[in-house]
Write a protein that binds this ligand. Sequence first.
Ligand code: NAP
Length: 264
Amino acid sequence: MAIKIILAGPRGKMGSEAIHMIHNESNFQLVACLDKKTDEKPSFPSGIDVPVYDDAQQCFNETKADVFIDLTIPEVGYEHTKLALEHEINAVVGTSGFSEEQITDLTSIAENNHIGCIIAPNFALGAVLMMQFSKMAATYFPDVEIIEKHHDNKIDAPSGTATKTVEMIQETRKAKAQGHPDEYEIVEGARGADYDGIHVHSMRLPGLVAHQEVVFGSNNQLLTIKHDSFHRSSFMDGLKLAINEVLTKQTLIYGLENVMDLNK
Ligand code: NAP
């Protein structure tokens, strides 16, 4: 039986790509969408005609679904995900920018309802490997800075991928104060954001999609681990994996690496 899916954000760049992916997968079935406006329907591929709701509560009450996918903005994505879990619908969240408190809150709702939730700051499998390789490298190279580059329609900074990379690096990196002890900024922000002792530089330009470099410095050597997503289709393999995996979970999993087999 096909996995029945509700998707929020169908007119967005990620959402429209996800609709095509769902349409092309024989074991996935789109059953409803959650949109900001319902006066004009999103441009669905031919053969898809599903109800579009602007009220999440009504959507979850009226639609029988196995998985809810959120690809919107953090302010509404959190409320959608919370409601989906309360309705015992598994959730896959690509929306970035949830706070730690919101993730803790969603974890307890998922566990209390014995339902799965996967929040993935990056669905590109190459980006997940970039984060994993960075965690390995940090054991030997504690001096590190991150440069993340995204299209100029992205409203949150730094990216969820960059903050997740810092968190993963900190699992293996020995604590170290980086840079010159007397370093100061002539222009505020020149050294980027300081996230848990690691500098993160965020670039926003038209033409970019999603790119990140993790640069490790050491004595006469530099190690750069770099990943580029050139098109949103690069996120779809990971989204597919998350949809299949979330059905087997009864808790919240943060990060796609936790459902990938990386120990071979
Ligand atoms: P986007 O093109 O701006 O799409 C966001 C969509 O959400 C827009 O269509 C927006 O509608 C819609 N939206 C806003 N409020 C809504 C509401 N109340 N109900 C339903 N839909 C609503 O952005 P995107 O590039 O697709 O990215 C979407 C999210 O995914 C962002 O948080 C982004 O950071 C994240 N992202 C994640 C990954 C990953 O791999 N995990 C990759 C890329 C992006 P309007 O345009 O009418 O406001």
